[in-house]
Design a protein around this ligand. Structure first.
Ligand code: FDA
Length: 308
């Protein structure tokens, strides 16, 4: 119930505008977000790579309402990737991109605006010796997002896709994308979706995750197992062993600030672990989704707001 209310609030522009008027609170910054600037993100990324973790950096923001704003998002990524290049953090630090931030939902030619902007980011990533993974947003954008990833992959074959185990279509998408050279991040899915297209949160989603994971691990691609769920992490390890996967042929992924000790334990045990590291000022949608996943975060967030 609270999850549904929170996920509805994530898409509410009026609540968002009110929330964004509040400066980022220290508690929230320290727990989930690297800070507001690319320098903050780079410094946090360096601390993580020093600990043996890999990183994917996300410039916060989504649902861009005008082309100029989409172009500003691209510029932010280009500056970030230039900094990655200068720092020589290349393959360890990649970026995650939301197509809705790049104009995907603009009326008319939104999808082609997003492709154009994403191509600039992919080219900058290649120059920095690294890759781009295209985040997946709500279910109404799945087909468009996968079509854009396919188009980007023609020139930038390492571009990663994200699939959400809560969607009924995803097992078939996994079959289609489990080919050589394909990078696929599998997550449970952070958006509310109707029952016609999605499984109910909980056991149904977890079972779907395992079916999808099996397809990806048996396939020829590079599975990116994005979950903090200890049972699913154990199943991923087991499936990787059964399919004789070498350590560098798949990776675990977790969000910045969630189970950090486990991230380091897994690295110490010889796994590749990538941390999703968001930065920027447009934190509203991201934070609300984190609260929907674990309502205790709502208390942390509210305490942060009131302790200033
Ligand atoms: P689950 O929610 O069952 O959590 C398992 C355990 O992890 C919990 O019991 C708790 O201990 C801990 N935990 C989980 N979430 C927490 C939180 N917010 N705060 C504190 N503890 C928490 N989604 C999407 O729709 N599109 C996308 O592109 C991405 N991208 C993405 C990248 C990466 C690297 C990750 C790890 C996740 C995503 N997600 C995502 C989010 C994903 O869909 C999902 O909502 C969250 O990962 C939570 O699901 P878990 O698999 O962790 O399981």
């Amino acid at each position: 119930m609270l999850r549904t209310v929170l996920l509805r609030a994530a898409g509410n522009e009026r609540i968002k505008d009110a929330a964004l008027a509040v400066p980022l609170t220290r508690a929230v910054v320290e727990r989930f977000i690297a800070g507001e600037t690319a320098e903050d993100a780079l410094a946090a990324a360096r601390r993580l790579t020093d600990d043996g973790l890999l990183v994917t950096v996300d410039h916060l923001g989504e649902h861009t309402r005008e082309r100029a704003a989409a172009e500003r998002v691209t510029v932010a990524y280009l500056e970030l990737l230039q900094a990655v290049r200068t720092a020589g953090l290349g393959p360890q630090v990649e970026v995650s991109v939301k197509l809705s931030a790049l104009g995907q939902l603009l009326p008319g030619d939104g999808e082609s605006v997003a492709v154009e902007q994403a191509r600039l980011i992919c080219a900058a990533a290649r120059n920095a010796g690294t890759t781009v993974t295209v985040d997946m947003e709500d279910h109404t954008t799945t087909a468009s997002t996968l079509a854009v990833v396919e188009e980007l992959r023609q020139d930038f074959p390492q571009t990663g896709a994200v699939l959400q185990a809560n969607l009924r279509r995803t097992e078939a998408d996994c079959e289609r994308l489990a080919h050589s050279g394909s990078r696929v991040r599998l997550c449970k899915g952070a958006y509310a979706s109707p029952e016609e297209v999605a499984y109910r949160p909980g056991a149904e989603v977890d079972l779907s995750y395992v079916r999808c994971l099996r397809v990806l691990m048996e396939g020829l691609g590079y599975p990116m197992v994005a979950t903090h769920d200890p049972r699913l992490v154990a199943i991923a390890q087991d499936l990787a062993n059964r399919n004789h996967r070498e350590p560098g042929s798949w990776e675990l992924q977790m969000l910045h600030g969630i189970r950090p000790e486990e991230q380091r334990r897994l690295v110490a045990a010889g796994h590749q672990v990538r941390v999703y590291l968001p930065y920027g000022t447009d934190w509203y949608g991201y934070m609300v989704r984190r609260m929907a996943e674990k309502p205790a975060n709502l208390a942390l967030f509210l305490r942060g707001l009131t302790s200033r």
